[in-house]
Design a protein around this ligand. Sequence first.
Ligand code: PCA
Length: 321
Amino acid sequence: MNHLATACAAAALFAAPAFAEKWDMPMAYSGSNFHSVTGAEFAKCVTTGTGGDIEIVTHPSGSLFPGAQIKRAIQTGQVPIGERLLSGHQNENAIFGVDSIPFLATSFDDAAKLWAAAAPTLETILADQNLTLLYSVPWPPQGRYFKEAVESVADMEGVKFRSYNNATARLAELTGMLPVTIEAAEISQAFATGVAESMVSSGATGYDRKVWESLSYFYEVDAWLPRNYIMVNSDVWSGVSDTNKNVITACAELAEYAGTWRAKEYTGFTLQGLRDGGMTVAPASDALKAELQEIGATMTAEWLEAAGADGQAIVDAFKAD
Ligand code: PCA
């Protein structure tokens, strides 16, 4: 809590802004989503804590940049800060997909351990891309959404599938489905128009996007817990005073804690919300789980091959913990 003490002291000492800056912060998910709520609180914490030196203004729902463009916008300085699901960039570096390896880390506790094991490597890769990592918050466990009941992988053949990263697209391919990448902000329409009929996601995203209007089944699979990462442009970061860096780091620690807590709370709440919307929410059958485990083993081997020694070291550190 050292950073927190510093933040409070800084807020008291520096009540008057010296060089006020406004930082626009693009976020991809709906304003009511817990990641966006956490980001808005983080923004307020920084604005207050820096005495208005740095005012962060969040832009949820992909309104400033859609999810796929946010990372590049921060790297190139179009915006100073933003939030992104890094596994959406696994084609740049396999390590970005570390949080989306099927059945490696399937609980909040394990996701926290995997994050601790991966953070130093991720920070180094991002630093080479002119990005400084501030905090990261998990999504709830990933399950499978369908229009029709599904008993086995054979039932998935030819179904149009909405993907959000490489892992979801690969999972679709390996189950005979037809993947198309669609941002969360666009999925209600995609399902309503039949562009997609299935996805892997959390109860949270299904709830946020009211998917019960088009889909009927959510199978709890707990395949992985992907994460959103809040990053700042490193040139911008190096121009921040040490005092304000301490404030921002303290606010980031609080945001990671509060966001993770919210993710846990939101898990049960949103699954109930799907039920209330009329969906069947249930664990996948043992037969389906066994088939998915096999596909998960294939995907894990593929990831380890692509991620090389660094990837293996993260997985080893995670398993040793
Ligand atoms: N929701 C996001 C990513 C993971 C999740 O649970 C999405 O579906 O886009």
